[in-house]
Design a protein. Structure first.
Length: 436
């Protein structure tokens, strides 16, 4: 896909049927990282074949790990052990993927060789001091630009030492970075987060046989252990399901089932928030697969109402706000979001870019420093720009289900980072979307 990809969506329609959305991005990244460092062969199924997860896969290949696939979501990782990675011949380019850059900075800080991590235009603007500052406390040597952005030049050091770190922001990427660095550090590495964030790293480390210590909200690892290969079944990504949860809720006459969706309690804020707004979401077939809860979700259209979004739900729905803003625009009354300043440093400034797009479609949306206020009502047709942000592109595509005219969305190529096949899958259940 090129930068000029534009989605064109006709108004109206309903979402009907049963689908499985793309594999979980967070779990896919971690399966490659831990599979590579493990002893033995890890078999992954349901792997997300999107550009972000592939960036991680290619980075580990460049460090000498033999990886087969992906082939229909199946990947075989021949682990090299904790000290088996080799120095790559060139900088590791992780494209648009903040997760790759932040998690890998931690585990690369502990290697016996130097590396450089680079990314695309959007990633190059994103804050990296949040990982390099605590890594420096562990003794890591990482150079950023003067403004604290990538490229990250990571030099090898004699040894990392464990720290006990109070994270200033709720970020699973920072937590995971430090725990992965902690595998290579002398002594114990502890992190305390201001609010619970996704815990896939902790769950998967334990699945690979590495103990993760718990002490209230603190999580810790002892350096010097080893990972043992295991099989990983990646569930469908609740963040990708979110577009369909919102789409089917707002489009009259919808009845859609989303199969095998990851339901980790640190990720289910979108369901809690939509239910508070009056959504009709039925959870069935709940099971635990490879240490992660999974379920089928049936969503039917419902009359939504505006709410004050509880701040404790913000980290649990952090990637779903672009879609939730579309739900708010279709709800009766006012929706207020606060405590979500992290949205300003995602793949785009999601508060500003969503506000601009909603306003272009005639919605009354007022950005605030840490959130937004949206008056529900009707959505008009028009043209919006996703600013290369995959989740904004897919959210505005769903908005067309309730719009009064066509919506065209510019700069949609990055949908491929997290949800390849989105257009085809959405069209198969009733979204009148095409690529121009
Ligand atoms: C992720 C953590 C979140 C999320 C991102 C994936 C992860 O980022 O937005 O899409 O896999 O750990 P933050 O840690 O910056 O909140």
């Amino acid at each position: 896909m090129s930068d000029s990809i534009r989605f064109h969506v006709q108004p109206g329609g309903a979402l009907k049927g049963a689908i499985r959305v793309a594999g979980d991005k967070s779990i896919s990244h971690r399966s490659i990282m831990m599979g590579s460092l493990a002893e033995g062969t890890t078999h992954v199924s349901g792997f997300l074949e999107g550009e972000d997860a592939l960036a991680t896969l290619n980075a580990f290949k460049a460090m000498g790990v033999k990886i087969e696939g992906p082939d229909n979501g199946k990947v075989v990782v021949h682990g090299v052990g904790m000290h088996g990675l080799q120095q790559p011949q060139a900088s590791l380019d992780v494209g648009n993927s903040g997760t790759s850059m932040r998690l890998m900075s931690g585990l690369l800080a502990g290697q016996a060789f130097s590396t450089t991590l680079i990314g695309d235009e959007s990633l190059t603007k994103r804050p990296m001091k949040r990982v390099t500052d605590p890594l420096a406390l562990m003794g890591a040597k990482i150079e950023t630009t003067e403004t604290g952005t990538s490229p990250l030049n990571i030099s090898s050091v004699a040894a990392l030492k464990g720290i006990d770190y109070d994270m200033p922001m709720a970020s699973a990427q920072v937590k995971s970075c430090l725990l992965l660095a902690g595998l290579y550090a002398e002594g114990e590495t502890w992190v305390t987060e201001p609010a619970p964030t996704r815990d896939h790293t902790e769950r998967m480390l334990q699945g690979f046989g590495y103990e993760v210590m718990q002490d209230g909200p603190r999580r810790g690892v002892k350096g010097g252990g080893k990972l043992t290969a295991c099989d990983i079944d990646v569930p469908a990504d609740i963040s990708s399901a979110a577009f369909f949860l919102v789409g089917a809720s707002i489009a009259e006459g919808s009845d859609l089932t989303l199969q095998h969706v990851g339901m980790n309690p640190t990720r289910d804020g979108v369901i809690n928030i939509l239910r508070l707004m009056g959504a009709d979401i039925e959870v069935s077939n709940e099971r635990v697969i490879g240490g992660e809860p999974v379920a089928d979700l049936r969503v039917r259209s419902a009359k939504l109402k505006g709410i004050q979004i509880p701040e404790d739900q913000v980290p649990l729905a952090i990637d779903e706000f672009p879609a939730l803003f579309v739900a708010a625009a279709c709800a009766e009354g006012e929706t207020i979001l606060t405590g979500a300043e992290e949205l300003r440093v995602k793949e785009s400034d999601r508060i500003q870019v969503m506000a601009d797009g909603l306003i272009a479609l005639g919605v009354d949306a007022k950005p605030t420093p840490d959130g937004i206020v949206i008056q529900g009502g009707s959505i008009g047709g028009g043209s919006v720009n996703s600013h290369g942000d995959h989740r904004i592109a897919m959210s505005f595509a769903m908005a067309a289900l309730r719009a009064t005219g066509d919506i065209s969305i510019d700069d949609c190529a990055n949908v491929n980072t997290s949800f390849p096949g989105f257009v085809e899958l959405a069209a198969s259940v009733g979204l009148q979307v095409s690529v121009a």
